[in-house]
Design a binder for this molecule. Structure first.
Ligand code: ADP
Length: 647
């Protein structure tokens, strides 16, 4: 064992030597401070290697000494003084001395005093060590607890199967508290009751069907107060029907400020309950558990919804294709694959539509939808079926396309057109005969005014039917794509002829028919007869539906190579809800009187002719103000083309 070291801070040299000698004789190491400052006063090295310090009265004035005692508060101080007066005692107390040594200094007294100081120092050290150990242990326990909690949290939050999450929670609850059993109740929003959702080591037969009322149960109290409930009693208490426990903790499972359930641990056999620490641990676990459970339930719900949606889309009669905003396929059903000629789903999912599309029409439609525009088209599948494809932009998703099988309707349409065309043909000959005989009637002999009147009625009716039949035959021909013979022509000439032809009708109604035709319109490639028919229908409608004295304006201009034709009137206008249908066959608006002659085919013919010329037609109209039809036709570049022939 090394000798105890006593630091002698004594400015009185003689006394110091004397004391040093005496202490060394008793087996101590006695040393004066090794260093001295510029002021000649002692300095203390760091760290201080002394077991006690002996100070004389004069050294009390050394500032470094006070520093030292401040730094090492457990260092016992002995004061060596010439006499034990009041003043000296006060100084001894101030410096924290534990003993006072005064002359005559007897060897035994000195040694005893030093020994006492050392015993005290040992006691202080032992206490400090024990305290440190206790605190360190506490800290270590705390860190271990946090680590465990973190680990449990990690496992819980990475698990997405609700059943596994629940099992992990009740297991961790038992491990965390050393309890005999653990239970987890969830609140049934519909009945307002708590039902047992998971448990560990629960010895109750009724466990699986356990339901507790929130109003009159201990667990319910946790829900109502959103605070833990602790039970600790010598005599077992009933917490559920026929269920006795000695000690119990219930903590709330909280999510978004709402209690969604209760996590509990209890001891049925063991006496002695749980501590504050167990409550804190269980509460921390409950916080994790609520989030993990919520995550798992949301995930399960999302998966469930997605599967449901996929099943619906897979079994739906239409082909379905969904793309994300970058144009990659996220969903495709069997029918859509068949139409797009993609053998397997794997070949489509995650791929860009440009890589997949064999049909330029489908590709164009998808691109349009991704650019925010709806697109409709018809495509023919490899098996010959005809599909109507509609591609829509879907906000925050991308685009979705549906393929609808219209083969049957196409076939019906064809049969109907053939039938209409055949019947129209067959009707024309007898009608011509009727008209011929009606003409002959007048020549056969004088007719009474009444007979004359009837003949007139017959003639007008036959003319109406003939007009309808001609329209039907025309429409059938145009739709079937016949008569596409086109030549380079001047649209200005066509407009002028049409207006001239209709002028007598407008004049008969005292209407003002105004024409404005821009100079240098580009020539167009088209069928003069059909274009004239198109204009006749639009201008004819304007004259027909606009009351006497109205204004009808016909304009032709160009924007670049595009020719724009406008026919405007100040007639009755078309109701907004009917405007989408006016180009349909046989549609007649509610704005026109039923006695007004017409077949409802005129605008259908207009649309077919315009589309046959790769143009577009639309209407703008307001009831009470008037109607404006616009037709846009692609013109030809004004260079090198042969000059337009006249119509
Ligand atoms: P029809 O004139 O034989 O009835 P159309 O196909 O030419 O058939 O026109 C369809 C419907 O559109 C008309 O019945 C009428 O309701 C409406 N319409 C067309 N042109 C005009 C117009 N200039 N002003 C008001 N309504 C019009």
């Amino acid at each position: 064992m090394t000798a105890a070291k006593i630091l002698l801070v004594m400015l009185d040299e003689d006394a110091r030597r004397l004391v040093a000698r005496a202490l060394q004789a008793a087996g101590f190491e006695a040393e004066a401070p090794a260093e001295t400052g510029t002021d000649g006063l002692p300095r203390f090295a760091e760290p201080v290697e002394a077991d006690a310090v002996l100070v004389d009265e004069t050294a009390l004035a050394v500032p470094a000494l006070h520093d030292l005692l401040h730094r090492v508060p457990h260092l016992p101080v002995l004061l060596f003084a010439k006499q034990a007066g009041r003043e000296t005692l006060m100084r001894a107390v101030r410096v924290g001395a534990i003993d006072l040594i005064t002359p005559p200094v007897r060897y035994e007294n000195l040694v005893q005093a030093v020994q006492r100081a050392l015993t005290r120092r040992d006691a202080v050290r032992a206490w400090a060590r024990a305290e440190t150990r206790r605190h360190t242990q506490e800290l270590r326990d705390h860190i271990d607890e946090l680590k465990t909690l973190l680990e449990v949290g990690r496992i819980l939050t990475s698990e997405l199967d609700p059943d596994k999450v629940l099992t992990a929670i009740v297991n961790a609850a038992v491990d965390f508290t050393g309890a005999e059993e653990s239970t987890l109740f969830l609140l049934d929003d519909q009945t307002g009751e708590l039902y047992l959702r998971a448990s560990r080591d629960l010895r109750s037969e009724a466990a699986n069907t356990l339901r507790l009322k929130v109003n009159d149960s201990l667990a319910g109290q946790v829900v109502r107060s959103a605070k833990p409930v602790v039970l600790d009693s010598e005599a077992p208490e009933k917490i559920k029907t026929a269920y006795l426990v000695h000690a119990l903790i219930y903590v709330p499972l909280r999510l978004h400020g709402r209690v969604i359930g209760v996590l509990g641990v209890d001891n049925r056999e063991k006496r002695g309950g749980f501590t504050e620490r167990h409550i804190a641990r269980l509460s921390a676990l409950a916080d994790y558990a609520a989030i993990a459970l919520d995550n798992a339930q949301l995930f399960t719900a999302a998966i469930h919804e997605r599967r449901k949606l996929e099943t619906v889309l897979r079994h739906i009669k239409e082909g379905v294709l969904v793309l994300d905003e970058s144009g990659e396929v996220v969903l495709i059903n069997d029918l859509a694959r068949l139409v797009m000629e993609i053998p397997t789903e794997e070949q489509a999912l995650g791929r860009h539509f440009v890589e997949l599309c064999r049909s330029a029409e489908v590709e164009k439609g998808i691109q349009a939808a991704l650019d925010g525009k709806e697109y409709r088209t018809e495509i023919t599948a490899p098996d010959g079926r005809v599909f109507s494809l509609q591609v829509l932009p879907i906000p925050h998703v991308g685009a979705a396309g549906t393929f609808y099988d219209i083969t049957h309707f196409k076939e019906l349409d064809r049969i109907k057109s053939e039938f209409v065309s055949a019947v129209s043909h067959d009707l024309r000959s007898p009608l011509t005969a009727i008209l011929g005989y009606v003409e002959l009637l007048e020549r056969a002999g004088p007719l009474t005014p009444m007979q004359q009147h009837f003949v007139e009625r017959v003639r007008s009716s036959v003319q109406n039917i003939t007009a309808l039949i001609n329209d039907l035959l025309d429409l059938g021909r145009i739709e079937a794509g016949f008569e596409v013979e086109k030549e380079v022509l001047s649209i200005a000439t066509v407009v002028r002829y049409a207006v001239d032809g209709l002028l007598p009708q407008a004049e008969a109604k005292h209407q003002n028919l105004v024409t404005r035709i821009a100079d240098n319109l580009p020539p167009i490639r088209g069928n003069a007869v059909r274009l004239r028919q198109m204009l006749d229908n639009i201008i004819g409608n304007a004259i027909k539906y606009t009351p006497e004295g109205g204004l009808i304006e016909v304009e032709a201009e160009n924007r670049g190579d595009q020719i724009i034709l406008r026919v405007r009137d100040n007639g009755p206008g078309i109701p907004a809800n009917e405007q989408p249908y006016i180009f349909n066959k046989f549609f007649r608006g509610s704005n026109v009187a039923s006695e007004q002659p017409g077949t409802g085919l005129g605008l259908a013919i207009v649309k077919s002719i315009v589309e046959n010329h790769h143009g577009r037609v639309w209407v703008k109209s307001e009831v009470g103000k008037g109607t404006e039809f616009t037709v846009v036709l692609p013109g030809m570049e004004n260079s090198g083309e042969p000059s337009p022939s006249s119509v």
